[in-house]
Design a protein around this ligand. Structure first.
Ligand SMILES: Cc1cc2nc3c(=O)[nH]c(=O)nc-3n(C[C@H](O)[C@H](O)[C@H](O)COP(=O)(O)OP(=O)(O)OC[C@H]3O[C@@H](n4cnc5c(N)ncnc54)[C@H](O)[C@@H]3O)c2cc1C
Length: 434
């Protein structure tokens, strides 16, 4: 019997892994059974239903960074070229050709697709490969009597030899839940999807990353006098999108030779807390947008407004300042550790035993191995969203989904121990054995 790999969420990463597993199976290569447990539908976070977008905004990265990218497989010695060729049949371009959209896309200058179109692509791939998706919200994750993962939804349990967690967390988070003048990401996009016009004088958007950038981009068309983006960074940095920055994401060769500080610097420069060049260009032309530096400590409603207390520093001095807004949009919802509250005590104990220290974001991040799983933990727990620091900045996002699938499918799920990949070789660097 093949081992089972369960994936929480049927988004981009799950589709990439399921697609590569299906293609390998077609080639006669043994692979785990992949089952995704999804609360809404395949690619839901790229549609209004997922709460992270209204579906009309555009993808920041190129769509050619699709589920097979960078098409440099290294899983099956002497058959990697065949694997890559088969994967191209599931590429973004294959989708456009199959759905009669390719010529128009090229003639229009290869525009970035809307999030909704990207979701359609993910669904097309999932259909093609007969992806196994169990519908249900994962509400608890434990370990069963057979030392396998037990992934619980409200009405069923999936047992698995390996587990991968995906997605940015829950878009419903809000600093003042239920207050009409404070919107979560999901509430904001719900209104935008309904074509509801937001009318407010002073609007605050909490968060300086791509989620906040998308919302600021949307706010341009609403009736607002000022939009203040609140983030701890010195200013609203622009994502580095040149060849050298991009190639760090597509090919992590040499990443592990950098010091931790160098890696963190590179990630902050290119990924965390940055707005894309496209959004920055739009900001230039709109004098309603401002930036306020600080971390929001708390929010209180007073006199028909929301007063935000911001913590910041001036030199070595800690400062607290208070600012009033007519509407606050809490865009700080993305959280790579969103799954921690779902872990039962047995799962937490297992992780702490493997980590050899208390369970925390830093401990997990520092423990991610070559296969994108937590080192020393059996059954395997794959956390690609936390793999940036140790393995390369492209693994948490859409930058190298094909490579991500290689790393995960190359892992040994037999429980026999650490950590030689069961298929192929350890290095996916240049010149794979084809
Ligand atoms: C607005 C926005 C724009 C972005 N644009 C880009 C971009 O252009 N390029 C880029 O590289 N990255 C972008 N990102 C980052 C993006 O989140 C990741 O790159 C990518 O989506 C991660 O894929 P994933 O498979 O981890 O998650 P997702 O594609 O987000 O899929 C997660 C899935 O998990 C499901 N889910 C959540 N909770 C549960 C649960 N408890 N039980 C079951 N299912 C659950 C969701 O419904 C969803 O379908 C963007 C993010 C946002 C929010």
């Amino acid at each position: 019997m093949s081992p089972t790999l369960a994936i929480v969420g049927a988004g981009a990463k799950a589709v990439a892994v399921a697609a590569k597993a299906a293609v390998l199976r077609e080639m006669g290569v043994p692979v785990p059974e992949v089952v995704a447990i999804e609360r809404t539908g395949v690619g839901a976070n790229w549609e209004a239903a997922g709460g992270w977008t209204d579906g009309r905004h555009r993808l920041g990265t190129s769509p050619e960074k699709d589920i097979g990218f960078p098409y440099r497989s290294s899983l099956v010695p002497r058959r990697n070229a065949e694997l890559d060729e088969r994967m191209t049949r599931l590429s973004w371009q294959a989708f456009l050709i199959d759905t009669g959209q390719f010529a128009e896309w090229v003639d229009r200058g290869r525009p970035a697709p809307t999030h909704r179109k990207w979701s359609q692509y993910l669904n097309w791939v999932a259909d093609r490969v007969g992806m196994n998706v169990v519908l249900g919200e994962v509400c608890r994750i434990g370990i069963d009597a057979g030392r396998r993962w037990a992934v619980h939804t409200h009405d069923r349990t999936v047992s698995a030899d390996g587990l991968m967690i995906t997605g940015p967390g829950q878009a419903e988070r809000s600093i003042l839940p239920g207050h009409p003048l404070v919107l979560s990401i999901a509430e904001f996009w719900h209104r935008a999807a309904q074509r509801e016009l937001i009318c407010a004088d002073r609007v605050a958007v909490i968060g300086g990353g791509e989620t906040a950038a998308s919302m600021v981009n949307e706010l341009f068309r609403h009736r607002v006098s000022t939009v203040t983006v609140i983030s701890p960074q010195v200013t609203l940095f622009t994502r580095g999108e040149g060849f050298f920055e991009n190639s760090l994401f597509s090919d992590p060769t040499g990443w592990d030779s950098l010091t931790i500080q160098e890696r963190r610097d590179a990630m902050w420069r290119t990924d965390r807390g940055v707005f894309s060049a496209r959004v920055q260009e739009a900001l230039l032309s709109d004098d309603r947008i401002r930036h306020l530096r600080g971390r929001v400590a708390h929010a209180v409603p007073r006199d028909g407004r929301i007063r935000l207390t911001l913590k910041t520093t001036r030199g070595n001095e800690n400062l607290e300042t208070v600012h009033g807004f007519d509407l606050v949009i809490d865009g700080s919802g993305a959280d790579v550790l969103w799954f921690l509250p779902l872990l039962g005590q047995d799962a937490r104990d297992l992780l702490e035993l493997g980590l050899g220290r208390e369970l925390s974001g830093a401990a997990l991040e520092e423990s991610i191995g070559y296969d994108l799983a937590v080192t020393g933990v059996t059954p395997k727990l794959f956390l690609p969203n936390l793999a940036g620091l140790n393995q390369g900045p492209g693994f948490p996002n859409l930058s190298c989904l094909g490579l991500l699938a290689d790393r995960v499918l190359g892992a040994d799920l037999s429980g026999a121990g650490e950590p030689e990949p069961s298929l192929g070789r350890r290095s996916d660097a240049h010149q794979p054995v084809r």
